[in-house]
Design a protein around this ligand. Structure first.
Ligand SMILES: [Zn+2]
Length: 281
């Protein structure tokens, strides 16, 4: 069983915008090839030809048992009506979490404007994923996406679980402290590389992850995610296969933690014989 808690079906290049269906087909193909049983698709903070709305992504994935949606929320543009619409999708289970994009948009997670978002998460019992660290777009402002800012919301909203995306890369140590200190903060390892890991970078990142676990971050707080299509799913699976940590910890990271946090059941996946690294060969 493998759960990829962080994928997108956006177009990141402006030439030839691919249809939502073709992006979704491509995601499912990658999942089958890499034996990923369940994926969460995170929608964007903006909606345009290449970035489908949460409603549209829910419409095309509603009947799929292996794909669930995390609703991106635009700090600059969200309305009370948007949150009500998302509330319904959270209640019927088609949406499993919320996502904020500080850095891409200029705000700190602790901005009081976001209180209704955190209230919605608390009411419906879903986690809030927060972009953290470097921005894929050079127009982002990284002072807003430093993982240390997530400490404030974690303390002020103890009833909400938070996920620091991308282990705060490159502020991995700061991310470690915020995850270590707050029992309601998790982190995902997605988006550490564009495309494939090079051997050297893979070694470097493995060391960082092993250090994180050694430092005191519980394996129960780390989630497997790729950021596909920005990062290669295949390269990420290889990375995790090679990571030298106890198998029981790997199992938590690869699926148990996400299954608990997003309330996903193994039976949600049609790949009932989907193996965890081909039965940990
Ligand atoms: Zn992402």
């Amino acid at each position: 069983m493998i759960i990829d808690c962080h994928t997108h079906i956006n177009n990141y290049h402006n030439e030839d915008v691919e249809s939502i269906q073709s992006c979704l087909d491509n995601l499912q193909l990658q999942m089958r090839r890499n034996r990923v049983d369940i994926a969460l698709v995170l929608t964007s903070y903006k909606v345009n030809a290449g970035r489908p709305s949460t409603k549209d992504v829910v419409r095309v994935t509603r009947d799929l048992k292996n794909i669930f949606v995390v609703a991106g929320i635009s700090y600059l543009n969200f309305s009370a009506g948007d949150l009500e619409e998302i509330r319904e999708m959270l209640q019927d289970g088609s949406v499993r979490g919320l996502k904020l994009y500080p850095g891409y948009e200029p705000f700190y997670p602790g901005d009081p404007k976001l209180d209704p978002v955190y209230r919605l998460a608390a009411d419906t019992g879903v986690p809030v994923m927060i972009h953290s660290g470097d921005t894929f777009n050079p127009r982002g402002k990284v002072k807003f996406s430093h993982p240390l800012h997530i400490d404030e919301v974690a303390v002020d909203h103890p009833e909400v679980n938070f996920v620091i995306c991308h282990i705060g890369n490159p502020w991995i140590r700061d991310c470690m402290e915020v995850v270590y200190k707050n029992k309601n903060v998790y982190t995902d390892i997605s988006g550490l590389v564009l495309g494939n890991f090079s051997d050297r970078f893979e070694q470097f990142m493995m060391k960082q992850l092993q250090e994180m676990l050694l430092y005191g971050v519980e394996p129960a707080k780390v989630l497997f995610g790729t950021d596909w299509p920005i990062s290669s799913m295949e390269s990420y699976i290889d990375f995790m296969e090679e990571l030298k940590i106890p198998e029981k910890d790997k199992r938590k990271i690869m699926f148990e933690n996400s299954a608990n946090l997003f309330r996903l059941s193994p039976t949600d996946s049609p790949l009932t014989n989907g193996s965890f690294f081909n039965a940990l060969r």
